[in-house]
Design a protein around this ligand. Sequence first.
Ligand SMILES: [Zn+2]
Length: 512
Amino acid sequence: MSSAVRLNSTLKYILIPLMALILLFLGAQVVWGSQQVNLIVDGVKIEPDVPAYIDHNSRTMVPVRFVTEALGSFVSWDGKEQKVVVKRGNVAVELWINEKTARVNGENKLMDTAAALKDGRTMVPLRFLAETFGMTVSWDNESRSVSLRLPVVLPPSSDKTKTVTVTGSIVNIRSGPDTSLPRVTQVKAGTVLTVIGELGEWYEVDVPGFQKGWIAGWLVDVNEAGREYSGGIGGNDGLNFSLLPFPRSALIMKDIVNVRSSPGANFPLIAQVKCGQKLAIVGEQDDWYEVSLPDGRTGWIARWLTAVVYSPHVGPSRGAGKSVVIDPGHGMTHLWDGSDPGAIGPSGVVERDVVMNISLKLGDILLKEGFTVIFTRHGDTSLTLSERANAACAANADLLVSVHANASTNPQLSGTMTFYCSSREPGQEAINQNRMVLASVIQVELVALLQREDKGVREANFLVLRESLVPAVLVETAFISNSVEEKLLASSEFQRLSAESISRGIKNFFGR
Ligand SMILES: [Zn+2]
């Protein structure tokens, strides 16, 4: 079976959503006859399974599957009515084939072109949908590219921003300041939200991945104005501070990184450091690390340009000498907006945050077992997937585990799967075998502890796996798009069990 066929069949099963698709596969050009339309989402070129084209109304038409996978929405099809319903966050759009009137949350909207059936596939107007979902759309004639920027709200970082931290375990966000009003989404305990309005006991807040809504004042803690949000270790999950006692270093992952006198890009440059340099972290503020330089001075570097190496305490320990790279999926920032959230569950749980929590718990377990642990990100990062894969090499690590949650347009799909990448190069059989063994031992432990459906060990040509020079696997713990598994993924206990099972798999792999 060719790798293309294999990849296709993998996709059919798992329908990788939003950024998984965008970031894990190489983007490519879309060709339609002699014309090309490039689709670029958050700076990354995406190739849909059938080509985009410009219709007779000069509008870019894309397959409905592109809308679900690349833009992170849910789609249903009503054959009798020839109707497509596309939902993203709290916005529902109804489109009829060959009909220019769409309905957005029940209200009629006139479009400048209509959805169409083409070779049996449903094609939908990209700009209309994207703009309705609050995305920014631009067209570059020279490169014939449509660029989309997904609306993601950054955690508040301005000291003028008032924020609240959610205290209830799962809290409803409503369309207005009253419990009788419709729920628009939900947030979990520990989520930090920016306050944009207040009425009585209610706060109007920005909700990442959605638009805005109202939250009850008795289900949040108000953060004092002037107190800055600190991503820090584990962001807003207080459980993760158990990593702090371990000595840690920043591993420089970009060619040249500036060292500043204070934590901020506007402070004076005092030195520069190079890719691969490892500097002890002696302090942390906001998104900056204070590091000790080879000449004995200290200075500040941006956290998002580094991987972080944690060393176990010295002494007799079972993991001595072994290092593991933990790659918490997603969380890649772009210059113009927030970070890639990964998939978002039906009640608003965000993959980026869930997998960070699992990763931090995994790191904690491995460190206590004596492993050296390298994180490809804390909070958000600007490292590319190649750079994340390279962290293993830069840190001289023994293996890499990328932690994700799965998603599908089919909300019924559930279960656990683990991916590895098989090289087609001759002479790679032993390496492929080793990767497969790593995936298998981790999958076995995940299925045993999480007790979710065993969806097996699979091959995929994911970039972070393909470019890793050490055995690498990508774990899809459970489906965030399934409402039962979404709740599990949001729970601290399920996160701990995921971490525990991955750590057991790793120890088995090393024969201990
Ligand atoms: Zn993912």
